[in-house]
Design a protein around this ligand. Structure first.
Ligand SMILES: Nc1ncnc2c1ncn2[C@@H]1O[C@H](COP(=O)(O)OP(=O)(O)O)[C@@H](O)[C@H]1O
Ligand SMILES: [Mg+2]
Length: 339
């Protein structure tokens, strides 16, 4: 299957998708070749990433936001199809028989799990099922009672504190709640991880913060404080802060919790857009079922402290497992008991 192999190699190399956004918009008849060429030139003149051409085209009024979103969605759907055909990619993070109890209650019951490298993985499961605890294991914030957590070739339990700190710097975390610092304005919130973890000078920090905010479509709000922003804007600032350090792995814990469906879609779009540009390994804990299936390559279903299913999102979405079906449909009757 030469075709599958080629896609696989492209995916493993972590390169941007074969068809750039501008080309796809052209193919879809959203813009003309002349508009594409002119806008690409403009990107070059302004020293902007060519990938951001979509944003520029929206700014210029040549395409609508939904045309851009649909275009990204098409690109990503192609990736998901390719991943469904060939999902055998190396793991970035591995859980081997991880057990964890709190106050005598078993939360993780011998968890065996692999997070594929350079893909978006969604972790789903009922509330209180141990999703956040699982995420905290990945950065060594919570340690297993039994079993091992590996990041690439590192067993987190066996490395020194110094090595663990180095590995942690490769992660970016958006905690559940995504709290911003209330006493800091947007600029200082986003700049915070750069000041903490890098030696960049003020000019470079300014440039990175400005770009990070532009990438989440929030230019010009640098001086505002968190309580002056809507819930959706706060989440986007938190996302900009998570992305500003250019990590290797991004962990997002319920990035759309408490948001309305339009903002939820916008956040999913932004996460996917960021992925297409950067190819980071991403793990998203999400309650946004079934919407999240469209925005990730891989889904892991946690149930009763174990992995109930793990595979390409398209396969899990069509799973016949009654537990998974009940969860996807949100039905009260079924194998999952609440009382
Ligand atoms: N630090 C902690 N101390 C005691 N119990 C905890 C701690 N962290 C999580 N738990 C418990 O572990 C279970 C799983 O929590 P969590 O991972 O937050 O669930 P969710 O799947 O909703 O993210 C819950 O019963 C929670 O109360
Ligand atoms: Mg949680």
């Amino acid at each position: 299957m030469a075709k599958t192999k080629k896609i696989d190699e492209e995916q493993l190399s972590g390169k941007p998708p074969p068809l750039p956004v501008g080309q796809r918009l052209l193919e879809n008849g959203c813009i003309t070749q002349a508009q594409l060429d002119e806008t690409l030139d403009e990107c070059k003149r302004n020293d902007q990433e060519a990938y951001l051409i979509g944003h520029l085209l929206v700014e210029k009024g040549l395409i609508t936001q939904s045309e851009l979103l649909n275009c990204l969605f098409q690109q990503f759907t192609m990736e998901r199809v390719a991943y469904q055909l060939e999902s055998n990619v190396p793991a970035k993070i591995r859980f081997k028989g991880v057990e964890k109890s709190f106050d005598g209650r078993l939360v993780l019951d011998g968890l065996e799990m692999e997070i594929p490298a350079h893909k978006i993985t969604a972790v789903i499961g009922i509330s209180g099922g141990g999703k956040s605890v699982t995420l905290k294991h990945m950065v060594g914030l919570v340690k297993p009672d039994k079993g091992e957590v590996w990041v690439d070739d590192n067993n987190l339990a066996e490395i020194s504190d110094k090595q663990l700190n180095t590995i942690r710097k490769r992660f970016s975390l958006l905690f559940q709640g995504g709290a911003l610092f209330d006493s800091l304005n947007v600029y200082d919130n986003v700049a915070f991880p750069l000041k903490e973890t890098t030696n960049l000078d003020a000019a470079e920090i300014h440039s990175r913060v400005t770009k990070a905010l532009r990438n989440v479509n929030l230019s010009g709000i640098e001086k505002k404080f968190p309580d002056e922003l809507s819930g959706g804007m706060q989440k986007r600032v938190a996302l900009a802060r998570a992305l500003v350090i250019r990590p290797d792995i991004i962990l997002l814990d319920e990035p759309t919790a408490g948001l309305d469906p339009i903002i939820e879609k916008a956040i999913h779009y932004l996460i996917c857009d960021t992925f297409m540009r950067t190819r980071y390994t991403m793990v998203i804990i999400s309650h946004a079922v079934p919407a999240i299936f469209d925005w990730c390559h891989h889904v892991i279903v946690l149930h009763q402290g174990k992995v109930r299913a793990s595979g390409p999102s398209m396969d899990i979405k069509n799973s016949k497992d009654p537990v998974i079906r009940q969860f996807i449909k949100g039905e009260l009757d079924g194998p999952i008991k609440f009382v």
